[in-house]
Design a protein around this ligand. Sequence first.
Ligand code: ZN
Ligand code: ZN
Length: 369
Amino acid sequence: MKTRAAVAFEAKKLLEIVELDLEGPRAGEVLVEIKATGICHTDAYTLDGFDSEGIFPSVLGHEGAGIVREVGAGVTSLKAGDHVIPLYTAECRQCKTCLSGKSNLCTAVRTTQGKGVMPDGTSRFRYKGREVFHYMGCSTFSNFTVLPEISLAKIRDDAPFDKACYIGCGVTTGVGAVINTAKVEAGANVIVFGLGGIGLNVIQAAKMVGADMIVGVDINDAKADWGKRFGMTHFVNSKNVQGDLVPHLVALTNGGADYTFDCTGNTTVMRQALEACHRGWGESIIIGVAEAGREIATRPFQLVTGRVWKGSAFGGARGRTDVPKIVDWYMNGKIEIDPMITHVLSLDEINKGFDLMHEGKSIRSVIVY
Ligand SMILES: [Zn+2]
Ligand SMILES: [Zn+2]
């Protein structure tokens, strides 16, 4: 079949909207009509050439929602008409990692996914006869795409696609880091570094679980109103702090935070986030993606005296199990998404969506097909 898609032919070039040939689903695979997709920093990271393993030409996009149109041989958990969210972290429920119950980093399709192909080693996309690669196993910048069955979360039919798609990455990354990785408890004090989309989702999850103090740290005063809207109780503009930031935050939280979250990807901030934790038990969670080659540092004394450094990918969420629950939380009003979708664009306007993100003008832009 044919599908319209925004193709990344080369790094550092604009996406081009073209018609691709898409082969139908093979065994264990599912054809999905994508109805909406968010534009995430990770797409820009790859498009801008920072990802040393970036493969071109490819169909980017990993934050979508859509409808199953056809299933391949052997697919049992999904059928045509099901509403789904694509998962860049699969959940096979059979590999060592899935069976451990300790991590969401399923290994079933990891190797082939990283090479831009389906588990059988081939791509379903072609442009003028030439192979075009999949991205993060999702390729949601195509109106139709093929995924492994284990890379799809079935969600309720009444969730709007243009909001639910954000649960495919940003919402789950932020909310999951609070629920699954940190396991923040009621009454805890929390500091969130970086009040972009991920940081706002950390804030609203901290509020949902009953955190006491929720401190937001950013270098942009305009982010204060955004933070407050989702439950932030205190705002610190790190540029305006007299002296060092860490002692300021430790004093503000009466000895340090129970949990801190880095949502900036900046390794200096990651260190501050760890050191702003309470002596003896504070935990710092790294969510932000650092530039390739960067390293983190602190004095070992920080860990010897009980601070804990952790990180999580996709919020530690097991996609097929946890994503439908987060969709329910949204539909039941426990978390908000609508105000974070600041721009809705057509596929033809997708490069504008990247510009808005780079310029810091959007929390999230969503493409609606
Ligand atoms: Zn993402
Ligand atoms: Zn697995």
